[in-house]
Ligand binder design. Structure first.
Ligand SMILES: NC(=O)C1=CN([C@@H]2O[C@H](COP(=O)(O)OP(=O)(O)OC[C@H]3O[C@@H](n4cnc5c(N)ncnc54)[C@H](OP(=O)(O)O)[C@@H]3O)[C@@H](O)[C@H]2O)C=CC1
Ligand SMILES: CC(C)CCC[C@@H](C)[C@H]1CC[C@H]2C3=C(CC[C@]12C)[C@@]1(C)CCC(=O)C[C@@H]1CC3
Length: 346
């Protein structure tokens, strides 16, 4: 009978480790003495202590070689929400996550899987104020990305099996920002440079969670280290936020002004902008075979910009001792400083 090697508890794998969150997670894991195997479709950087395994997470054989001798797996790979490609989301977030689960189970005796889910799995485009993890999954998710993140989270939590030694947990961050973020600040600045950030959608008082990337990393590592058969976190989902809901438009203004752009000033009714965004989106879908254009103000972005959506992280505080490690103010300062190339030229 073949003997199985018990994996080193200080070796872990980060699927999606070349991405924004993944790389921050890898850096913190290295600080904490872990050796890290990154699995991704691209190699984003080089670091001592990190081995890269390039491949698609839908390919089980490729995954199995990256998970060799690993007892802890973080899964934070996903296509970008802006890609709006239903087939790709289904393939990567649903089929790919099934493959990740199978590979984890086949690869080791005791394996822990920490999934990066999203707080958006309960968001339907209507106000959520201090939402807890007891909220039901969205019946009408706002886009394909969210639809497949729901399926992905369900798969991972359902797979938790203490008898088989396969332990899972899902972290639900919201609005991650920080140095090297490829979407929030770059899209915001691009919109400002094209002169489209003059307007506030709605009355501007809607509160939202924006979460500094290091707090999201902290939540992942706490979850990984507390994930044991006797722990209450097995098979559960946890909101990880900055615990400082902020007005969406105050946050945007602070980042814009920090980078030298004017803050938006004029108000437009939410329902009008949402209706226009929906029309444009439909038009883009119909014309897709002939011309390709990507509207900036998608229905999803307008819904996120014009409603309340902030979440309670009390469950993470109680079960994992979570507390944000970087304040919103400090997070914004560090983020703005990290983008000198996006500053408005004088
Ligand atoms: N950013 C945010 O505000 C939030 C993000 N999340 C979740 O956090 C996670 C990380 O997001 P973020 O760091 O922003 O995203 P990134 O796009 O920066 O990182 C994801 C990484 O996964 C890679 N990847 C995509 N498809 C595959 C595949 N088939 N096989 C292997 N690797 C793949 C990407 O490569 P490539 O770049 O080439 O596509 C990228 O390197 C995601 O699961 C996302 O859903 C949740 C809440 C909020
Ligand atoms: C054009 C402007 C109205 C908005 C510019 C900023 C937006 C690009 C971002 C504001 C809120 C962000 C957000 C996400 C992506 C970037 C924003 C839309 C997510 C959709 C990323 C993935 C998730 O899981 C949820 C996030 C919610 C907030």
């Amino acid at each position: 009978m073949a003997t199985r090697v018990r994996p080193s508890s200080k070796r872990c794998a980060v699927i999606g480790g070349s991405g924004f969150l993944g790389r921050h997670l890898v850096e913190k894991l290295l600080d904490r003495g872990y050796a890290v195997s990154v699995f991704d479709i691209r190699q984003g950087y080089e670091l001592p202590g990190v081995s890269f395994h390039l491949g698609d997470l839908c390919d089980k054989q490729a995954l199995l070689s990256a998970l060799k001798d690993v007892s802890l797996v973080f899964h934070c790979a996903s296509p970008a929400p802006a890609s709006d490609d239903r087939g790709l989301f289904e393939k990567v977030n649903i089929q790919g996550t099934r493959t990740v689960i199978e590979a984890c189970i086949e690869s080791g005796v005791q394996v822990k899987l920490v999934l990066t889910s999203s707080a958006s799995v309960v968001f339907e485009g209507k106000d959520i104020k201090n939402g807890s993890e007891t909220l039901p999954y969205a019946m009408k998710p706002i886009d394909y990305y969210t639809e497949t993140k729901i399926q992905q989270e369900k798969l991972v939590l359902k797979a938790c099996d203490k008898e088989k030694g396969f332990l899972t947990v899902a972290i639900r961050p919201h609005g991650i920002f920080g140095p090297r973020d490829p979407q929030l600040v770059p899209i915001l600045v691009d919109t400002a440079r094209r002169g489209k950030m003059k307007f506030i959608i709605g009355d501007g008082t809607n509160l939202v969670d924006f979460t500094f990337v290091e707090n999201v990393v902290h939540g992942h590592i706490l979850a990984a280290e507390r994930l044991r058969p006797d722990s209450p976190i097995c098979g559960k989902a946890y909101h990880i936020t900055n615990d400082e809901p902020v007005r969406f438009w105050d946050f945007m203004s602070e980042v814009l002004v920090g980078l030298g752009y004017p803050a938006p000033r004029y108000h437009l009714p939410y329902i009008l902008v949402y209706g226009l965004a929906l029309l444009l989106w439909l038009l883009a879908m119909i014309l897709r075979p002939l011309v390709s254009f990507k509207p900036t103000f998608t229905p999803m972005r307008v819904a996120l910009a014009g409603t309340h959506h902030y979440y309670s992280c009390d469950r993470a505080k109680e079960d994992m001792g979570y507390k944000p490690v970087v304040t919103l103010k400090e997070g914004i300062t560090r983020t703005v400083q990290s983008y000198p190339h996006l500053r408005k030229e004088a």
